[in-house]
Design a binder for this molecule. Structure first.
Ligand code: TRP
Length: 437
């Protein structure tokens, strides 16, 4: 079976060597393996969430597309496209939005981080939070689910979003799949070894720490200058150094073969000065990146070539997305209007009859709940409660506890309804709850 791998790159800046080593290079290598179908895309709708500077978004799309192509992405093998060229993705986002619990989004890291800061600062919890930021994981779920990706290689910070995509997919499958798996449940892949290239200061290389080494920006001089700023200990030339305590060595290793790795370690143990070691590391990385940088510059000088490649990618992506979306629209009931055959309707009603429903309501000053079978018969009737919460708590208990919770519940059975029927109904409901988790 083909193994589908999908990943998106938010187009808000340029890449650093941590992105290259941790994401771009392994993704391209994986895309060359037999039996793998890769989908790589520019997440430019996501870029709009973080960035309201059109020129920056425009520039970054060109930069990042050129980076992936220069790094060896083969657009013949990989479906390489812009998210914003696939209108089916925004449409799917809405279908998913309609089945996504708001509570799930409340827990998303990006939103929580923003709202925690607001609360700590004594501001309104949602100050400065757009619906784009809040719903960000749903758009991402649409990206992933549209192409039935099995694996989504991402950084640690994105793992929660993949889990949310799984949750949303499960819920949609349950509601609309009628026994079929409409969506494939995706898994996150984090490569522990690769995921964290250290930055200049030894912490994870990241724009937010301002400790990055640019991949192409500024050319070879900027590369060498950044490497010169890598923090080392203060041992002098001639003093033996511990190569395994140095992140200069870790950065070197990401570009070197085993023999070169050993050679640098030996030299450091023999007293090679840090200045000279940095020259060596810089030269080695330049050797790897120089030819790529030239290809990158060539592409950036000819954005129309990139445009062409991306349009071809979009055509391939839409050839998949279009028919799948049609299937999904049909599944939710957005169908061409034709005479609906009576038996089909009856069948659907029978299917819906499988599960009874709790209803809570207020009459006068009192709160009540009842359990109604799908055919409309009253199964259970509660006594009146002074507080709506009390009624709600009993419903919760009955839903999760199944027939066992019935024993001490303040309810009476509907006319002619047998306790066993209600017990079965409650058990079905509690099973259903488990499955929809
Ligand atoms: N949110 C991801 C990031 O910032 C980018 C992204 C968007 C993505 N859609 C995706 C990654 C789908 C994987 C799959 O890194």
């Amino acid at each position: 079976m083909t193994h589908r791998v999908l990943t998106g790159i938010t187009t808000t800046g340029t890449s650093h060597i941590g992105n290259y080593v941790g994401a771009i290079r392994p993704a391209i290598e994986a895309s060359r393996r037999p039996g793998v179908q890769s989908f790589f895309f520019l997440a430019d709708y996501h870029a709009l969430i973080k960035c309201d500077e059109p020129a920056r978004v425009e520039r970054s799309r060109i930069e990042i597309a050129a980076t992936w192509l220069a790094a060896g992405l083969d657009p013949e093998r990989v479906v390489f496209y812009r998210q914003s060229d696939i209108p089916e993705i925004t449409e799917l986002t809405w279908l998913l939005t309609c089945v996504t619990a708001k509570g799930l989004m409340n827990r998303a890291h990006a939103y929580k981080a923003a709202s925690d800061v607001n609360v700590a600062a004594g501001e309104d919890v949602d100050a400065g939070v757009t619906m784009g930021l809040f719903s960000y994981p749903i758009l991402m779920a649409a990206d992933i689910l549209m192409f039935k990706a099995h694996h989504v290689p991402v950084g640690r910070d994105q793992v929660q979003h993949i889990e949310m995509a799984r949750d949303i997919a499960q819920r949609f499958n349950h509601l609309y799949g009628r026994g079929r798996e409409l969506f494939v449940l995706p898994g996150a892949v984090i490569d522990e070894q690769l995921a964290t290239l250290p930055g200049l200061d030894g912490r994870k290389m990241s724009k937010s720490y301002d400790n990055t080494i640019p991949l192409f920006d500024g050319g070879a001089p900027a590369l060498q200058a950044a490497i010169a700023r890598i923090v080392t200990d203060s041992k002098l030339p001639g003093e033996p150094k511990d190569p395994d305590a140095s992140h200069l060595v870790t950065i070197h290793d990401a570009f070197a073969d085993p023999a070169e790795r050993t050679a640098l370690r030996d030299a450091l143990r023999d007293g090679l000065g840090w200045g000279e070691a940095k020259q060596r590391v810089g030269a080695r990385i330049e050797q790897a990146l120089g030819p790529m940088r030239a290809r990158h510059a060539e592409l950036v000088a000819h954005p129309e070539r990139i445009e062409q490649i991306l349009l071809e990618g979009a055509a391939k992506a839409r050839a998949i997305a279009g028919p799948f979306l049609a299937e999904l629209r049909d599944a939710v009931g957005l169908r061409p209007m034709v005479a609906v055959a009576a038996p089909a309707v009856a069948k659907k009603a029978a299917k819906a009859a499988a599960l009874p429903e709790f209803k809570q309501y207020k009459e006068g000053d009192a709160f009540y709940f009842k359990l109604v079978a799908a055919d409309g018969r009253l199964l259970l009737q509660s006594r009146p409660f002074a507080q709506g919460r009390e009624a709600g708590q009993w419903v919760g208990k009955l839903k999760s506890g199944g027939a066992q919770a019935l024993a001490d519940a303040p309810v009476t059975f509907g006319d002619g309804v047998a306790a066993t029927e209600v017990g079965h109904a409650l058990n079905d409901l509690s099973m259903e709850r488990l499955q929809t988790r």
